[in-house]
Ligand binder design. Structure first.
Ligand SMILES: [Cu+2]
Length: 194
């Protein structure tokens, strides 16, 4: 049987394409840091995550030199903190986000980055990212969560180290009274437990 030269070329090209597809899927699944939300963040009370031992009062907590934990509560249709009150973190820091939902499935994505997770009711999603430079990132919900889904958004502001120190006190990165519940205004000026 004779196969025409062009036919051979197409067979080879098609095989190469198939291998490329398999390669990109494998890379995306194994090598690009993509994982499912698992047990590592712990489980939590479905309707009131803050009530559980694995989830703190939403806000920014300093855990070490240039290391921070940010607890974010997602709910229809806002992030706390994040919506109305941006999450402020200093440049040059390593931040671990702990994200929980108190109602339905939500997404937590920093637009333009690979910081992206699902917020599953009853589960705490954790992911760590480094923020080297002062910048601003929009938080978007990428899981359809209801009629207000398209408006569910927030903001992360990476401020210069020098500007953050003031915030740290006002923001009271210690556990209580950090005023993260206020949905209005600027944590730098309005909060800080006496
Ligand atoms: Cu949504």
């Amino acid at each position: 049987m004779e196969v025409h030269r062009f036919e051979k070329v197409w067979i080879v090209a098609a095989l190469v394409l198939v291998l490329l597809f398999i390669g990109t899927i494998t890379y995306g699944a194994v090598d690009a840091g993509v994982v499912m939300v698992d047990d590592s963040g712990g489980q939590t009370n479905t309707t009131d995550p803050v009530d559980g031992e694995n989830f703190r009062e939403p806000g920014v907590y300093r855990t070490g030199e240039d290391e921070y934990d940010v607890y974010v509560l997602a709910q229809r249709f806002s992030y706390q903190p994040g919506t109305g009150q941006p999450i402020r973190i200093p440049a040059g820091s390593t931040v671990t986000f702990h994200v929980a939902s108190k109602d339905v499935l939500h997404g937590f994505e920093l637009a333009g980055t690979n910081v992206n997770t699902m917020a599953i009711p009853g589960q705490v999603a954790t992911l760590t990212a480094e923020f080297d430079e002062p910048d601003q990132y929009g938080i978007i919900c990428n899981e359809y969560c209801g009629e207000g889904h398209h408006e569910m958004a927030g903001e992360v502001i990476v401020v210069p180290q020098s500007e953050f120190s003031a915030n740290t006190t006002a923001n009271g990165t210690n556990t209580t009274a950090n005023g993260t519940n206020t949905m209005t205004g600027d944590t730098a000026t309005t909060t800080g437990g006496t």
